[in-house]
Design a protein around this ligand. Structure first.
Ligand code: BMX
Ligand code: ZN
Length: 291
């Protein structure tokens, strides 16, 4: 009876079998963006069954706020779902085992902290993907908060008069630097329908409008990271997510951080867990019997 872990993102859902801390089988599907949690759990249950009829243990890392076994979108634009959708109870019914559920970036931060030796144990994992997520580990302790909100740094304000975010505030980093925001902002300025990878390709080819969109995203993220360093005295930042793992993006972010006053600078490293950081993190949390 295997351990099965799930990563529900705004764009895709990954389901994997984990053996001895490593992924031995992996399936990926598109996230049903219907606004109904039941469609998420149906899709997860069907994909889990491709691996096993009865997992011994089930772990779920998901975009959104997880508290008391329920899922709520902070920004429904990143993934729409009912408020307080009882994801743990629904999956227990559909799969037959009660899952451990945690926010995706929080899970990834836990994995990153386990892959870190020595004393550097105050870190943020930041994912730049459909949205912008963050997870924080302080002195070895994963921070979830009593409301599941800890680490939601994608909703730090970087532009008071910026675009309205689905969370209800204006100018959140997520509205300027997420993959969704990069695609939307470039589509708006160029008048062409562009995906985030297309914006990177165009910027690389010298397109100035697309270059400016990426520059704004990098500046917003650098401000967000400096705010996190100022408030938490982090030792290191680990960067993940489909956009965050693009090497040119990481390099530009490092260059921008270099121009900040030294007190705000910290090493920025690619996530050791790469695209699997959330899956591996929730597996590690199962091992620790977290929650
Ligand atoms: C949003 C928020 C976070 C999440 C982050 C990254 C929702 C639905 N999600 O800020 O909980 O960690 O996006 O999510 O409000 P991803 O889907 O891009 O991985
Ligand atoms: Zn917001």
């Amino acid at each position: 009876e295997p351990t099965v872990v799930v990563d529900i993102g705004g764009t895709k859902i990954a389901v994997a079998r984990v053996e001895n801390g490593a992924i031995s089988e992996r399936h990926q599907i598109a996230t049903p963006r219907t606004g109904h949690g039941s469609d998420l759990t149906d899709a997860v249950a069907a994909t889990v069954r491709k691996i096993t009829a009865q997992p011994a243990r089930l772990g779920v890392a998901t975009t959104g706020i997880v508290a008391d076994g329920c899922l709520t979108a902070l920004n429904p634009g990143t993934l729409p779902v009912e408020n307080n959708y009882p994801i743990v109870a629904a999956l227990r019914r559909r799969v037959g085992v009660a899952p451990l559920a945690v926010n995706d970036a929080q899970a990834a931060a836990f994995h990153e902290s386990r892959s870190m030796s020595g004393t550097a144990k105050r870190l943020a994992f930041i994912t730049v993907s459909t949205g912008i997520g963050a997870g924080i580990v302080l002195d070895g302790q994963l921070q979830t908060g009593h409301h599941g909100l800890a680490g939601h740094a994608g909703h730090i304000t970087v532009d008071w008069s910026g675009p309205l975010c689905g969370c209800g505030r204006r100018g959140c980093v997520e509205m300027i630097a997420s993959g969704t925001a990069i695609a939307k902002r470039a589509s708006d300025v160029t008048g062409r329908d562009m995906s985030a990878p297309a914006v990177f390709a165009a910027a690389y080819q010298g397109d100035e409008q697309c270059g400016k969109v990426i520059e704004d995203a990098v500046s917003a993220l650098a401000a967000m990271i400096a705010d996190l360093v100022a408030s938490l005295d982090l030792d290191v930042i680990r960067l993940g997510g489909g956009v965050g793992l693009v090497p040119t993006f990481l390099n530009r972010l490092r260059d921008t951080m270099e121009r900040l006053p030294p007190v705000y600078r910290r090493p920025i490293e690619p996530a050791r867990g790469g695209a699997e950081a959330s899956l591996l993190g929730v597996a590690a949390l199962l091992d620790e019997k977290f929650l």
